[in-house]
Ligand binder design. Structure first.
Ligand code: PA5
Length: 406
């Protein structure tokens, strides 16, 4: 993968870049030696192949019994699996996500959709006490037990913390197997634990390849992560408070959601932090393009380019009714790249600094590599900004207020 800062030249000086590079380099060392605040939560730096293998074993059991696997979880116990499933365009309909909303309408629709379909449940909650997945699990476990009776125990796998929580207790009493999110990995950094691996394996992903990519990234992308963190910090210091991640494939829309949780929860605290936003291009150019070009100049844009392997091209028509025969034969990925380059030039001209990230075609390995790169960048950027990138006191606040109201 490649990180390019050529879209920053007219917005930050070389001295500013050098200052933040030094800070980011020091932050990398703090991250790797575990000496910073939250250093006890950096277990994600070493993704485990054993976790991939055990996830594959349990996933095979679920797959042979069910048409659909309900993945019940929220936040870090949801978005990693959802994002990767979309990025890899895994078997449609194999996973349905629940426990991620308190909407009655959504849950009713999923319940109806299970008529005539065999299903299993993967319930994921690191704390084992979060309201949304607890409510979701009640709803769908009840259906599962009434439908499958004693066979139900073979259709539920839980992923939770190693030692405590209501989820662990119920699984012990009902005989549901449990896989573990280690104590030293926080929710938004858990995609390479069974929280991400089990659902993804259940949908047919090669999770060992995902881990291989992540481990390679941990070795090979440290410099790239420092570069990206440097740019983010230099831009924030120069008054750019929002980062817009623009993705250029619809299958990356959920990567944007995962990225927002990763960076938003890691950096937005103590009264500071870059506000992460994501846009899916070119669709969102026709809704947000005006603002990007011409609105408040408090943002920078990170353009993410992914190679496509689809060989589809613009067709010619006999009557050239719309005048587009002039690009007949042009591959859509080449046209998409023209839009990418044109948009970057236009937005820079409009006062939006640009960072460019380029990655290879989506495979389990390149996705693993990229997500690890983003997690490294986030840890570095968080430490360089002076916060603890591994806690989330604000999320805990909402959870406890909701508990009081309930
Ligand atoms: O990053 C975090 O820790 C949170 O956003 C959690 O992922 C989210 O609240 C879900 O928590 P849990 O897995 O404990 O149910």
């Amino acid at each position: 993968m490649n990180v390019s800062l050529t879209g920053l030249e007219s917005f930050v000086t070389l001295q500013e870049i050098a200052y933040w590079r030094e800070k980011s380099q020091a932050a990398l060392e703090t991250l790797l030696d575990g000496s910073g605040r939250g250093g006890e939560m950096t277990g994600w730096l070493n993704p485990s192949t054993a976790d991939a293998e055990i996830s594959e074993q349990y996933a095979a059991r679920l797959r042979e019994r069910s048409d659909v696997v309900l993945v019940c979880g929220i936040g870090g116990s949801y978005l990693g699996a959802k994002a990767v499933a979309e990025m890899l365009e895994l078997e449609p309909g194999r996973l349905e996500f629940v426990g991620n909303t308190l909407s009655g309408g959504y849950n009713s629709r999923i319940l109806r959709s299970l008529e005539g379909r065999d299903f299993s449940i993967v319930v994921i909650s690191k704390s084992g006490t979060t309201t949304e997945p607890a409510v979701g699990f009640r709803i769908f476990e009840e259906l599962l037990r009434s439908r499958y009776g004693t066979d139900a125990a073979k259709r539920v796998v839980a992923v939770t913390n190693p030692g405590k929580g209501a989820l662990r207790a119920i699984c012990e009493s009902r005989g549901y197997p449990m896989l573990t999110i280690p104590d030293d990995v926080g929710g938004r950094y858990s995609v390479f634990t069974p929280a991400g691996l089990l659902p993804l394996a259940a949908a047919g992903a090669s999770v060992t390849a995902l881990i291989r990519g992540a481990r390679r990234s941990r070795e090979q992308n440290l410099e790239n992560a420092v570069t990206y963190a440097t740019a983010r910090r230099a831009l924030y210091a120069s008054g750019k408070q929002l980062e817009v991640l623009s993705v250029w494939e619809p299958s990356l829309r959920w990567l944007g959601e995962w990225y927002k949780q990763l960076f938003g929860e890691s950096e937005g605290k103590d009264g500071i932090g870059i506000f992460p936003v994501s846009l899916e291009m070119t669709a969102d150019l026709h809704s947000m393009g005006q603002y990007m070009q011409d609105g408040v100049r408090n943002m920078f844009e990170t353009f993410l380019w992914t190679q496509s392997t689809a060989a589809i091209a613009v067709p010619a028509t006999a009557d050239d009714f719309d005048g587009f025969n002039r690009i007949a034969g042009l591959r859509l990925d080449a046209l998409n790249r023209m839009a990418f380059d044109a948009t970057m030039a236009a937005h820079i001209e409009g006062g939006v600094p640009a960072i460019k990230l380029e990655i290879d075609a989506m495979t389990a390995e390149t996705v693993g590599e990229f997500l690890m790169f983003l997690m490294l960048s986030c840890g570095i950027s968080g430490y360089a900004s002076g916060v603890n990138p591994f806690d989330q006191p604000g999320v805990e606040n909402y959870k406890s207020k909701l508990r009081q109201l309930m």
